[in-house]
Ligand binder design. Sequence first.
Ligand SMILES: [Zn+2]
Length: 643
Amino acid sequence: MYRFLHCFGLGIIIVLATHMANAQEKAAQDFHSYADPGTVRVKHIDLDWDVLFDQKILKGTATLTVDRISPDRPLILDTRDLNIEKVETSADGRSFSPGTFAIGESDKFLGAPLTIPLPANASRVRIHYSTSPGASGLQWLEPAQTAGKKAPFVFTQSEAIHARSWIPLQDTPQVRVTYTARVRTPGNLLAVMSAEHDANTTRDGDYSFRMNQPIPSYLIALAVGDLRFRSLGPRTGVYAEPSVIDRAASELSDTEKMVVATERVYGPYRWGRYDILVLPPSFPYGGMENPRLTFATPTILAGDKSLVSLVAHELAHSWSGNLVTNATWRDFWLNEGFTTYLERRILEVVYGRPREEMEAALGLRDLNEEIAALEDRDEILHIDLKGRDPDEGSTDIPYEKGALFLRHLEQTFGRARFDQFLKSYFNHFSFQSITTEQFVAYLKQNLLDKYPALAAKVPVDEWINKPGLPATAPKPTSPAFAQVERQAQRWLSHDVSATRIPTNKWTTQEWLHFLKFVQDSLAAPVSAGGPADASATQLSETEKIKLMSELDRAFHFTRSGNSEIAFQWLLMSIRNAYEPAYPRLEEFLLSVGRRKFIKPLYEELAKTPDGKERALTIYRRARSGHHPIAVATIDEVLKWRAE
Ligand SMILES: [Zn+2]
């Protein structure tokens, strides 16, 4: 059973007493960590590694500085598949003597606890260790898997609980640490981390980093490859492989503008620099908000800045997530719902209201589809993830339902008041990890109780603790999309040919909406008498293929270089058995590792015996190039068994 150690009232007192760090740090039990930070708490980590590409391992030491709240208790760390060679402890912080340790039984989600007894006065612990080639938080790429094809590449992905597969630490978001790192690599490669570093450092294979602001473990990040840097503004820049750097720099040239726009509403950016690392295509996510250095998929490089909402999202995490962090993975919506809301506010400032409306309408559509597919228990913002992989909570619910809740608050209390509230929330909880209960208590005290008549219009408990959406939930609409639907309808009714649809000013978002609307129409029964007509029939397969061909001839979707449009089209092609797109589908699945794209495509293929066969044939070739996180997902989708 899940229990918090304090109630609402106490929560407020604890939060107000910002210096009572230890009391507050015991706020919530994290079922996804073996650590007991209420007794021994790691404050700082010094890392030192050799990056060994030939063995696909990191080898070195992690030296942990701890705060001993209960002096008789051992230090318990999270690990997964680490090879621990030896452990040393130190009382003065400089001279180390041999220590003992024990590794407990391994759990399939959590890994194994590493217990280190601490002698009296010991305040530092040094662990000599190496990672495993299959570490879930690392992906080692062969040169052929990179853009340049000449040098190998490695990168980390620690969220939610993968940091423990490359660093022995207290892998819970409620423990915040500062860190330093020294990283040795092959001489021609550059290492970067989520920390302060010199972009113009000499490429000598020996790099140093320092992160002075306390961050949760899932934000520690490292990448090593043949990387170049390009400045985008006084505080912003981009890293990418040499053949990608020009494209990346021009696509991301609005980054500085986005930082300025966000600061204007939510207060200063607190992390010094904001750089973006564009990774090779096997990166399993769109982006990861590693502080000072967002990791991003190259699939956002569309050539027209139409997919940079991802940068707005990762940048927004500098406030929601990195500055104010979810205390456990059941509070994940505090990171993602707030960030999705902020992302749209940034887009509105930089690209205008119609763009925001389109993104919000697409978000609502995705959310409704997700709600239709999920079990009730997974539609709850404050989700119960005990005994489960926290990655299972990463659906549209924390993102889109969370954002819609904040939109409801904004619309009810007014933008000016809600902006003021959020700004003070970020200040109040800065550099802290908080629970949903702490947020609700703060909301009550600083917004709801001040305007009781308005508060009565927002069913806060229903939003946070119940499945589905409240009846009063906002329904974002886009006039531009209504226009797209009218045009699509004219084409579907054969009033105009595809080539005559006035599409020359359409943005990526309008194209996506067009395709989704057409897909819905192809799947729905058609008849002269409207949807209720009993004589309504489905379009035949031949008729659907004919319509798909007409669209492809007019707009060349099969060859689209825009990853979102290509993905949507390929999904439709599977659904409607449009075979001319199959070679592109195969190429797409072999070259892209982003889970958002490959999971639905494999799921769609797996719905028919023929499709499943094709999926397995493609996956057999693609699997070794995928990230461990993507492999775990697709193995499950295709019920893959090792051959
Ligand atoms: Zn996010």
